[in-house]
Every structure is written in C-alpha cells, then in structure tokens.
Write a protein that binds this ligand. Structure first.
Ligand code: GLY
Length: 305
C-alpha cells in the first residue's frame, strides 16, 4: 500500500519531509493546471515545493494544503469512464506526457501530447482496472449518497503490485480526450444523454480499432512565462484527416493568434500508433508561431526503432 499524508501547516509538512525516504512527491492539494506536482529527488527540492505551495502560494488557494506521498514507479495510464452512478463504461485507455521536454525531462505541464491505445494495457488489465478501481469508486460515491453522473478519470501508475491510483478527476482528461474521442464510434450525445438519464446500461459504447496520436504545440517559454498574440501560420496546410484542437488561440482581425501556453493539439489517426505518429509529425512542422515548441517523442515508446 502506498503512503500519503496531507498537511495544512507548512512547518509540519517540512518536518514530515525530513523524516521520509527519497524520492518523495509533493502535491498542491487543489487544482493547479497540472503544475502542482513535484517529484523531489532531494530534501531541498521537497522543502522548496512545500514552501512554494504553502508560503509563496504560487498556486493560490490550491496550495492551502499539500499532499506528501511515497514516490511510485511504473508506466502511467489514464483510465476514463462514463458512469451514470450505477453502470461504468470504460473509455479506451490513453497515455499523456506531462513533462515539457523529450525523455520526460523538464517541469510538469498541463500535458504535451497523448496517444491511444497504449500497447501495455491489454484487455485483462483493462478489466482489472474496471473491476478493482472504477466500479468500486462509483459504488463508494453512491454509498456516500453521491449520485455521480458523468466522466470519471483515474490517473494510474502500473506498479509491480498492480495499478495504483495517483489522482481522480471528475471530468475528461486533457490532452487524452483529444485522442480518445476520435476513436469513439458511438454517438457521444446519446451516451451523455443516457448518462444523465441514469440509463447507461441501455447503450452499447463502441470504439474504433484505429490508433490516435496527439502532439501539443506550446508557446515559447511555456510552462513558465510566454508571449501572447503571436500570429499562427500554416493551419490551412494540414493534411486531410488531421484534427487541430484549439486551446490557447484567439482570433485577431480574422487571423489566429496565440492566447495561452498550450496553443494547439494536432491529432492523427492511423492503423497503429506508428502510423498515427508518423502522420501527426509530418504535420506539426507546418504550423508556425514565434517560439513554438513541442515534444518529438509522443508515442515513440510504442514503436520499434
Ligand atoms: N492529463 C491530465 C489531466 O487532464 O488532468
């Protein structure tokens, strides 16, 4: 079992850090745009993370308390599901890439890309995740009197001891959704309608076998400070079938300009991850704005060199 403690007092949090083995994880216990987690390799890093969240308040009220956790190791997967509070229908699994640079280097971001399906999450593991994590969670919500209907998102780490929950979100994942929903063959509206009606058992949710790979194009400097208002060129040069999800864009005098850190996600579908990845990377270089940067290794681990 993994070990986790929550603190609303910085001094106590720091004392706890000093008593723990390394590496250790410090999380702002609120929404921090995906940037509130520090995997500290040293006590100095962990103490600085506590101080940043609780004393400097870089995440605002999200840092009123911090969670300090044992560091788990393994591959990460995002397991999302539709639920009407009773029935749980998992979506296809996906992986996202949180660090800004290739090889999982650099600071955490809101997500620099994603792909689906991960080859290391087979049918048996998906069934285990449904039976041992997603369904018991919805049952526990119900037992607490919460009639939760919507999307349940479990961020998991696949450890030697099986899948462990790193976080829950009660929403879709970003950027996972950009590669999950293009694989949905059923009508999303009908699925959502039955979720809301409490009749999810009445629909069959079908998925395409095709893979999807998505790459986020970010503003220069992101996840730290970045410029806005830079003209975006090349969106009209994308191949047919490439999906361009606008995140941090705005229209100025009829032209798209940057308006956020993660500007766009380009997504391609293909017979497998290799094909989807080749298609998306053939397109990312065509979109240009000042300082644009993106990871070059989204989905690479699924492809034999
Ligand atoms: N991809 C992480 C999230 O949506 O929270």
């Amino acid at each position: 079992m993994s070990c986790s403690r929550t603190f609303d007092d910085a001094a106590r949090a720091k004392d706890y850090v000093l008593s723990q083995a390394l590496p250790i994880v410090v999380k702002a216990d609120g929404l921090a745009q995906g940037k509130g987690v520090t995997v500290a390799q040293t006590q100095e890093e962990a103490l600085a993370a506590v101080s940043a969240a609780m004393e400097s308040r870089v995440f605002g009220a999200a840092g009123d308390s911090v969670v300090i956790e044992e560091c788990l190791s393994g591959l990460e997967v995002s397991a999302l599901a539709f639920t009407d509070g009773q029935t749980v229908v998992p979506m296809v699994p996906a992986c996202d890439y949180k660090r800004v640079d290739d090889g999982d280097e650099g600071p955490n971001t809101g997500g620099m890309g994603s792909y689906s399906p991960p080859g290391f999450v087979g049918a048996a593991l998906q069934d285990t995740i449904k039976r041992t994590i997603l369904e018991p969670t919805v049952a526990a919500l119900k037992a607490e009197g919460i009639d939760y209907r919507g999307v349940l998102y479990a961020g998991l780490m696949l450890t030697e001891d099986g899948p462990k929950v790193l976080e829950y979100n009660v929403r879709f994942g970003d950027p996972e959704t950009q590669v999950i929903l293009p694989r949905l063959r059923s009508d999303l509206f009908e699925v959502c309608l039955e979720v809301a009606r409490g009749r999810l058992d009445a629909v069959t949710v079908e998925w395409d076998d095709a893979a999807a790979c998505g790459v986020v194009l970010a503003s220069g400097g992101y996840p730290d400070g970045y410029a806005k208002g830079c003209t975006i060129e090349g969106l009209d040069e994308l191949d047919d079938g490439i999906l361009a999800f606008h995140a941090g864009t705005a229209l100025a005098k009829g032209r798209f300009v940057t308006a956020g850190g993660r500007v766009l996600a380009l997504v391609a579908r293909g017979a497998d991850i290799g094909a989807a990845r080749a298609k998306v990377y053939a397109n990312v270089g065509r979109v240009q704005f000042r300082g644009v940067h993106y990871r070059k290794d989204i989905g690479a681990r699924e492809v034999t060199p």
